[in-house]
Design a protein around this ligand. Structure first.
Ligand code: AMP
Length: 320
């Protein structure tokens, strides 16, 4: 934790009356949880400030808050805070540099610095935990409501695989404890996260019967538009099943390939051993050591990625 930089961030939040928090493209629970948690902290502490969130809406996370319709003039004189995003091209609203000041808050392996203040802590398993560091560091000044606590808890839950992934430590639980002290109620959160439609349940059956394995231990599946259409599920729902491929003892790596609008193929990559971030970097991707995304473009490139992942799995097995 960099206390000096947290102080700088606190001072800027206090100074500016207009603040825009921007998430990354195709946001997840951590990204939206961070944005709405931070918005709540600013609004609860300084009710007169105008805080907006620039984000795409994601059905199952709508309970965290509603994104704003941000006009060009809203950027004039504003403090912009980019959250959970390692590189400029992944920022959801590309007007991010039109404010008076830009702060980057992130927990991914750094790709590039782009803020006037860059706060990156890859030791925190979710970006929400950085916001909680800020909250705890200035606990005599900053306030949070149960709505913000709900957002921060949700992001922590989703990005740590419910407190399972590496990086979860005593600080994680101390931070979460402080959310309970601030009125956190978890029942509603689980009622949104632990639901599955009939369509997705049936698609999951298909998914579990159609995954494949490479010779050296990469479990993978290709999600095609025709499957999505047939089972009447969204791409977001279908790709949420990525960790269903993570249960095999003989597969330290697993990858879900999916075709998006415009026939663009993307990968969600996971590992329980070998580092995969460098491989993701080669395919216009990145993320964390064991959890990455990559933009492949074509199905042909997905084969190349798979071959390289297979090699990583082979080396890992030989070494262990
Ligand atoms: P996902 O599979 O989308 O959950 O992504 C896993 C991790 O990698 C998340 O922390 C993402 O923010 C990150 N990530 C996903 N796609 C990309 C990308 N194209 N470039 C850099 N990081 C990414």
């Amino acid at each position: 934790m960099d206390k000096g930089k947290l102080l700088d961030i606190y001072a800027k939040m206090k100074d500016f009356n207009k603040i825009i928090v921007i998430v990354h493209k195709r946001p997840d629970g951590d990204c939206l949880g961070t944005a709405f948690g931070l918005k709540d902290i600013i609004n609860t502490t300084w009710p007169k400030k105008k805080v907006q969130v620039a984000a795409e809406s994601v059905g199952y996370l709508n309970f965290l808050g509603k994104a704003d319709d941000i006009k060009d003039e809203d950027f004039d004189g504003a403090l912009i805070i980019s959250v959970d995003t390692a590189s400029r091209n992944r920022i959801y609203d590309q007007r991010f540099d039109r404010g008076d000041m830009l702060i980057k808050i992130d927990h991914h392996i750094p790709v590039e610095d782009f803020g006037d203040i860059d706060y990156v802590d890859i030791g925190r398993p979710s970006c929400t935990l950085i916001i909680m560091d800020l909250l705890n560091e200035f606990s005599d000044k900053l306030k949070i409501s149960p709505v913000g606590a709900k957002a921060l808890y949700t992001g922590t839950l989703t990005d740590t695989g419910r407190f399972k992934y590496s990086g979860v430590d005593g600080d994680t639980f101390r931070s979460v404890a402080s959310l309970y002290d601030n009125g956190l109620e978890t029942k509603e959160i689980y009622s949104h996260l632990d639901v599955r439609t009939d369509q997705l349940t049936k698609y999951k059956g298909y998914f579990l019967q159609h995954y494949k394995k490479t010779p050296n231990g990469v479990a993978y599946i290709n999600i095609l538009p025709k499957h999505i259409k047939k089972f009447k599920v969204s791409l977001g729902e279908a790709t949420s099943l990525v960790n269903e491929l993570g249960y095999f003892d003989d597969c330290p790596i697993w990858i879900l390939f999916a075709e998006y609008e415009g026939k663009i193929v993307r990968a969600r990559m996971r590992s329980k051993g070998p580092a995969i971030d460098k491989l993701a970097n080669k395919y216009d991707g990145g993320g964390h050591r064991l959890a990455c995304g990559a933009n492949l473009g074509t199905w042909k490139r997905s084969k190349l990625l798979l071959e390289e992942a297979d090699l990583l799995a082979k080396q890992y097995k030989e070494e262990s």
